[in-house]
Design a protein around this ligand. Structure first.
Ligand code: AMP
Length: 191
């Protein structure tokens, strides 16, 4: 199986690039942000609790997202692999993912880290907020909080995957096509 993590701060292009990669490599896209937003739309208790944190730009508890990922892995048994987008975001989530995948006799092949500078991130998120209406994409203070959460809790994953020799840095600046090519040229060396 080809299991990839698309990694980087909010606004780096994970969602856009995942959508393209799943078509080319026949993978299943698992975005915890999308899963949480669909819980909110459904009006579930989980969605209600998650929204309170998401609206403040704070991460939801590890056990909530790990549970959602576990359920999705169970329901998708016959696939070439998964693209994890926005998950894992903490060391505890990364360790849980390693365990879940090893129970299924598979593993993460690579973490692809999209490198985008801070000013470009803010520009992209505000633009996305206008188009999508996502409340956490519209307030510069909340965006700042999300970037803070990333630096504090998520960036340490780089070391975690470097130790496993699975870390790849990808230039995340340029057109959507150019960034897609940057990703594909690394993925093609993995297959
Ligand atoms: P995203 O769509 O990936 O930017 O996620 C939007 C929000 O959902 C984040 O700011 C968090 O509040 C929450 N979220 C998404 N994925 C995770 C995760 N893996 N761990 C904790 N919180 C998450």
């Amino acid at each position: 199986m080809l299991n990839l993590i698309l990694f980087g701060p909010p606004g780096c292009g994970k969602g856009t690039q995942s959508a393209r990669l799943i078509g080319k490599y026949q993978l299943v896209h698992l975005s915890t942000g999308d899963l949480l937003r669909s819980e909110i739309t459904r009006g579930s208790e989980l969605g209600f609790e998650a929204k309170k944190l998401m609206d403040q730009g704070i991460l939801v508890p590890d056990e909530v997202v790990i549970g959602m990922i576990n359920a999705k892995l169970e329901s998708q048994k016959n696939t070439n692999g998964f693209i994890f987008d926005g998950f894992p975001r903490t060391i505890a989530q990364a360790a849980a993912l390693d365990n879940l995948l090893s129970e299924k006799k598979t593993a993460i092949r690579a973490l692809l880290s999209l490198e985008v500078d801070f000013d470009e991130l803010i520009k992209r998120i505000l633009l996305r907020g206008k188009d999508s209406g996502r409340s956490d994409d519209q307030d510069p203070e909340i965006i700042g909080k999300r970037v803070n959460e990333y630096n504090l809790k998520t960036a340490p994953l780089i070391e975690y995957y470097k130790k496993q020799h699975k870390y790849y840095s990808i230039l995340g600046i340029g057109s959507v096509d150019e960034i897609f090519q940057n990703l594909c040229s690394v993925i093609d060396t993995l297959k």
